[in-house]
Each structure stands twice: as structure tokens, then as C-alpha cells.
Design a protein around this ligand. Sequence first.
Ligand code: SF4
Length: 364
Amino acid sequence: MHLYVHVPFCARRCSYCDFAIAVRREVPSRAFVDAVLAEWRMWQDDPALEHVTSLGTVYFGGGTPSKLEPDSIGRLLDGLRALRTVDAGAEVTLEANPEDVSPTAVASWRAAGVNRVSLGVQSFQPAVLAWMHRTHDPSAVHRAVATLRDGGIRDLSIDLIFAVPDTLQRDWAFDLDAAIALAPEHLSVYGLTVEPGTPLGRWTARAEVEPAPDDRYAAEFLLAHQRLTAAGFEHYEVSNYGRAGFRARHNSAYWRRVPFIGLGPSAHSGFGRRRRWNVSAWAAYERAAMAGRPVVEAEELLDDAQVRLEELYLGLRTVEGLPAALLPSPAAWREAGWAELRGDRVALTAEGWLRLDALVRSAA
Ligand code: SF4
């Protein structure tokens, strides 16, 4: 069983972000820990946990978990461990923004058991960071990485975003090289998408911003593939690269459809065909959790067609791919350069991952 904790607080909303967040100048760390542990206690009677003795990974995501008072992570992990064992070798990840990384914070996180940090970098170019409404500048990234290394973090992941609008004149190769120079163990590389309800969505609707054209999106995706694989990273999932032995174990569990529990506002949980998700507003979540009432907003049972779609979509994201027998036209995909046949399995190439949605639709 794998556990995700959604920490919804952020200093401000990034221009592209449609996550369930709560913008707060002062983060209610203590109240958050109390509410999440109250939800965790309610989970203990759930049949999904009946045969679960221990947790293989714990992931603090958000939002911005690094905005919590540093000792909150220790309180959360102690509270989780009080009711279920966290495996001795568990991967414990914390998402952090560069400006929150201080020697004191890193020492608290390490003492609590955090052994992996995912740093929200996105770009090393000030104009791009400002346009994204990020709250750090490039120098903060270098300070943060040095502080994390000094504090004993041996598994560091860096997030980058590509395909920003032409008008920003972003040098994508420069950002890739700057990330490689920091020697992380892992990188997550995401294409910018325009979501309604975000500042970027509004700018685009008003024609103030033109999204990156498809050909540049493809060129930047492929440049990342070339540069990072040449630098020794394995491109093991459509958006993720790792050095040998440093794949993200928590996210890999999602892609293998292993059961997972999500705690916190808007967090999702899934076991087999069952999916459920929590209320997303922090205040409503806190009220329900502290009153001992369910924090679940809704749940669903996937039908056969939905399960097949999920298997296709998750399986084809990774280098392990899927058994050829599950796909209607693997030979045609291989001839087009979109897939490789490995034994009885089919794995998409980087060219294939560019067409992931269309290929999944055609195979469903
Ligand atoms: S820090 Fe992350 S979660 Fe918060 S607004 Fe920015 S992208 Fe969204």
C-alpha cells in the first residue's frame, strides 16, 4: 500500500496551476496535521486496509508541503507510524519549493524520515519564472540544492516545464543543461497545458497569450529526451527520467495500478476498481475530519471499459509497456516508429509518447 498526503497550501497561484490549493500567507500547520491524522484514524476501519500491515512509500505532495512548519512532517509521519508500519526502506518524498529550503527545514525533514525531495524548479530563466508566478529566482534553486545535499538528501528530483509561449523566448536547451549541471538523481519534465480557470486559461481566452505551437512542443519534448538520455538518465515514463536505481517508487506504483490511499483535501484513493476522492476545500475538509465525519466527496466503481482504458493509458506511459496481446496493431506502431517490440511486450518510443493520447484512444 502506498500513501499520498495532499498539502494544499501555496503562497500564490502559479499562472498555469489548476490543482486544489489554498493560498495562505500563514499556513495552519498544526490544524492541518491534526485533520490529516484524524482522517488517518478513520481509515483504520476501512476494508481496504484489512490486509495491509505496512506502507511501501509515503509522498507529501501539493500544494507546497515545504510551506508547513518543518516539524509538521515529523508529527505527520509519527502519527502515520503510530497506526501502521512504514517499511524500513520506504521511499518518503517531500515536494518543496526552492525558497522554503533552509538548513533547519532540511534537518527536520531528514530527522522525520524524508529521504527524497522533489524540487519545483520549472525554469532557470527569470522572465519565465516571473511569467509563471513562481516565487523563486534561479539563485534560490542553486542555494536549495546545496542545502539539500549538505543536509543529507541523496535522492533529489527536479521538475521542469517546457512548451511555454513563444513570446517568452525561453531557451529550453539552456534550462536542460542547467538542470543536468545540478546533478539530480531524477527529473520530471512536463509540457505546459492550458487549463480553464487558471490565469493562463484566462489570458489565452482573451487572446493575450498564444500557447506554444504543436511543432515546438514536440521539438522540446524530443530535445529533453535526447539531452537527458545522453547525460545518463533513463527515460522510464513519458514525463520522468531517472539515474539507475532512482526511479520514483511512489509514482511507479500508480502506473502499475497498485492500491494507494490519499489523505488530505482533494486527495484520491484507489484499490482495484474502486476510486474515491476527498472534498477539496480546506475548510470543509478540516471541519469534517475534526468532527469525525467522512471527508469523502464521492466514489466510483470502474466498469470493464474504464479499467481497460486505465490499463492502456498507465501501461503505455512506461518503458515496461504492455503485453502485445492487449493491443490491436503493435506491428503498425512499430513500423511508424512509435513503439518497440520487446519479447512479448510493446513499449512506446519517445515519438510514440508524443502521441500517447491518440494511441490509447485507437487501442481502447
Ligand atoms: S506551487 Fe505548485 S501547487 Fe502551488 S500554485 Fe504553484 S504549481 Fe500549483
